[in-house]
Design a protein around this ligand. Structure first.
Ligand SMILES: Cc1cc2nc3c(=O)[nH]c(=O)nc-3n(C[C@H](O)[C@H](O)[C@H](O)COP(=O)(O)OP(=O)(O)OC[C@H]3O[C@@H](n4cnc5c(N)ncnc54)[C@H](O)[C@@H]3O)c2cc1C
Length: 390
């Protein structure tokens, strides 16, 4: 008899939420995360839509700012300000969010161990054996469970050997906490091929003296981010006397292949559950966790472990997230083909033709398909994107 029903590798929102749900259902759950403390040093802007806060009653104590107004800035400085009728999203402190999710999991009975790096996995007919070492002393550990949940974020080192799929591709991303003399008035989003080819950059005023600035792109990220800070830093009153350390991390985009294997389930970014429009992965990862926990609980009760037993998770989660992930990916790829002149035209057009009214009526922070479908009805949008029927 194994000590654990489930071991979750990875203590981010997806892994911790899965652990909470399974522990609540009465199963013995262990979470192993390699960071010295849960949530420490995560490269993430921490923007989460209001729906996630309501759906999971996320703690307001993690919030550093509300987002209701967003300024869009084009490559040649065309700009407009969009104000949503109500708060759209919050920016949180990621360390505090992950700590809070870990507390919830432990309150339900899960054991969460930080500083535990998993090095090898053996999946056999009788269960799963994990080996690794503790940080910082590198003392080895070995644990066994009936089922493994891989919630390793953007680390895919175990996937191929376990027979799991991979993201279609990756965006490169950078983020910095930029010290400023006086912060921005609202969250600002910068678009254009010369600024952030294939995606966008952002600046979120998180504290009176700090802007959380980030950029994701299909091109080499370091020179793009340096140029971004040089060009826009002065507009945020960047304090030139203080240095700006930058963190880099890829973001998974799309998915090809299974997210389950016998006795193994992947959730969160480790299963491609990331918005392909904005790169946000917290909400979709928690949605994935919820579906995974339901199916895993059923398998644990029936003691049934084959891929066929776990595959309902794949089907259900793909029904919910798949259309958004696929359409967002295709649209972002089309957007990536626009040159700066076309992006400027797009920004100018958006302010005409009632598009902003449509956005106000249909915009949702996490579900974009409805709005995308409506916007694609406009002949000039189709023309700009090179779609038939323009
Ligand atoms: C610059 C940037 C900005 C972003 N901004 C946002 C945003 O504003 N909003 C949003 O929703 N998303 C954002 N994201 C994406 C978001 O951070 C991720 O999608 C999200 O963290 C994924 O959650 P997860 O639980 O799947 O994985 P993670 O949160 O990445 O957690 C995985 C954990 O597994 C651990 N781990 C990995 N391998 C092992 C191992 N072998 N042994 C033990 N532990 C292991 C990792 O250390 C990590 O703690 C951003 C990403 C980047 C790069």
């Amino acid at each position: 008899m194994y000590q654990w029903d489930v071991i979750v590798v990875g203590g981010g929102p997806a892994g911790l939420h899965t652990a909470e749900r399974l522990a609540e259902a009465g199963f013995a759950v262990l979470v192993l995360d390699n960071r010295l403390s849960i949530g420490a040093g995560k490269v993430c802007t921490g923007i989460i839509g209001v729906e996630a806060f309501r759906r999971w009653d996320l703690p307001q104590a993690t919030v550093v700012t509300e987002i209701q107004t967003i300024r869009f800035v084009g490559p040649n400085d065309t700009r407009f300000v969009y104000r949503h009728p109500s708060v759209l999203a919050y920016a949180v402190r990621r360390d505090r969010l992950d700590e809070a999710l870990a507390r919830r999991a432990t309150d339900r009975g899960a054991i969460v161990r930080s500083g535990h790096r998993v090095q090898t996995l053996h999946v056999g007919p009788a269960g799963v054996i994990l080996e690794g070492y503790r940080l910082p002393d590198r003392a080895p550990f070995r644990e066994q469970a009936r089922l493994l949940v891989l919630a390793t974020g953007v680390n895919f080192r175990f996937h191929r050997r376990l027979g799991l799929g991979r993201p279609l591709d990756f965006l490169r991303a950078a983020q910095a906490h930029v010290p400023v003399r006086q912060s921005l008035d609202c969250t600002t989003c910068y678009i254009g091929r010369s600024v952030a080819s294939g995606a966008f950059a952002w600046a979120v005023p998180v504290y009176p003296d700090t802007v959380r600035a980030g950029l994701m792109a299909e091109a080499p990220i370091k020179p793009l981010f340096r140029r971004f800070l040089e060009r826009y830093g002065p507009t945020w009153n960047l304090d030139p006397s203080r240095s700006v350390p930058v963190d880099y991390k890829p973001i998974a985009q799309g998915w090809r292949g299974p997210i389950t294997a016998g006795r193994v389930v992947a959730v969160g970014e480790a299963a491609g559950q990331v918005k392909t429009t904005t790169g946000g992965g917290i909400y979709y990862g928690m949605v994935g966790a919820e579906v995974a926990a339901e199916v895993i609980a059923e398998c644990l009760r029936r003691d049934a472990w084959s891929r066929a037993d776990l595959v309902p998770y794949e089907r259900r989660v793909w029904q919910i997230l798949g259309p958004e992930i696929q359409a967002g990916y295709a649209l972002r790829k089309m957007f990536a083909r626009l040159n700066d002149r076309q992006v400027e035209r797009l920004l100018r057009f958006i302010q005409r033709d009632g598009i902003l009214d449509l956005v106000q009526a249909r915009a949702h922070f996490d579900w974009h398909l409805n709005l995308l479908k409506s916007v694609l009805q406009f002949p000039w949008v189709r023309h700009l994107l090179g779609l038939p029927g323009s």
